[in-house]
Ligand binder design. Structure first.
Ligand SMILES: [Zn+2]
Length: 249
């Protein structure tokens, strides 16, 4: 049963937002089989977060597939359980960054491809890439996440302020203060990585913006994203309303 101290409307909205994130991510081809996971800290409760139970395909995820979990990894509301990996990663990240309300871990193809290159993500290549300037961390691969150690290593990176973590030989983690902001960042990160891969595939020398310009672009983006994220997320939900009636039931 849900803790009586948690507002039911907050939980319902959180579950719906996560379902939207899974379904629109599936529409964009960001899923890998039925793996990977998103979480959302519950407003007013830094010790509780919503997480997808392991099993459903992202395109069929329903609100009943989203469980409520505490920071020790116990399911306190809902049926099913998150993958062990998911529990370890998300509980440590939420613990390290209370402002990181929404956390998306994907193996989306272009970001994962960039995570496998020595040079990694180039924060000065495209306008989209520059929006992430100074907010990206890269971590070496440490095997599949099973114990606390890997989750703590990831937590250390976000504790320093990173909003994006490239996991070498693996995938990416994107965090946002709302589901809308997490989606905005995830979408534009994948677009930036797609263009980087295409640009690198030409074999031509890359044109990089000066660091000052990249820094300016990041500050402009940070200033505007609060306004731009909600309309984009709302548009994505309208696509679901149009093509997947009852997606949020
Ligand atoms: Zn993964």
């Amino acid at each position: 049963m849900a803790s009586p101290t948690v507002d039911k409307n907050v939980l319902a909205q959180g579950r719906e937002d996560l379902v939207a994130l899974f379904r629109i991510s599936a529409l964009h081809g960001y899923n890998e089989a039925i793996d990977n996971h998103f979480s959302l800290a519950v407003d007013g409760h830094d010790d509780l977060f919503l997480l997808n139970a392991y099993g459903p395909h992202w395109s069929e995820t329903r609100t009943s597939d989203i469980v409520l979990v505490d920071l020790d990894g116990n399911v306190v509301d809902g049926t099913g359980s998150g993958a062990i990996t998911a529990m370890q990663i998300h509980r440590q990240l939420h613990r390290a960054r209370p402002d990181a309300r929404c956390i998306m871990h994907t193996h989306m193809p272009y970001a994962s491809a960039v995570a496998c290159t020595k040079g990694g993500f180039n924060e000065r290549l495209t306008q989209n890439a520059m929006s992430f300037y100074g907010t990206v961390a890269t971590l070496s691969y440490g095997g599949q996440v099973e114990g606390d150690a890997e989750g703590l290593r990831l937590a250390k990176a976000v504790a320093k302020g990173a909003n994006v973590i490239f996991l070498q030989n693996h995938g990416v983690i994107v965090i946002g203060k709302t589901p809308a902001q997490a989606w905005l960042r995830t979408y534009f990160l994948e677009r930036a990585c797609e263009v980087q891969v295409l640009a690198q595939s030409t074999g031509d020398e890359l044109v990089l913006a000066p660091k000052k310009v990249a820094q300016l672009t990041n500050s402009q983006w940070e200033k505007n994203s609060d306004e731009e994220a909600p309309p984009l997320f709302a548009a994505m939900k309208r696509l679901l309303d149009r093509d997947q009636p009852r997606w949020n039931r």
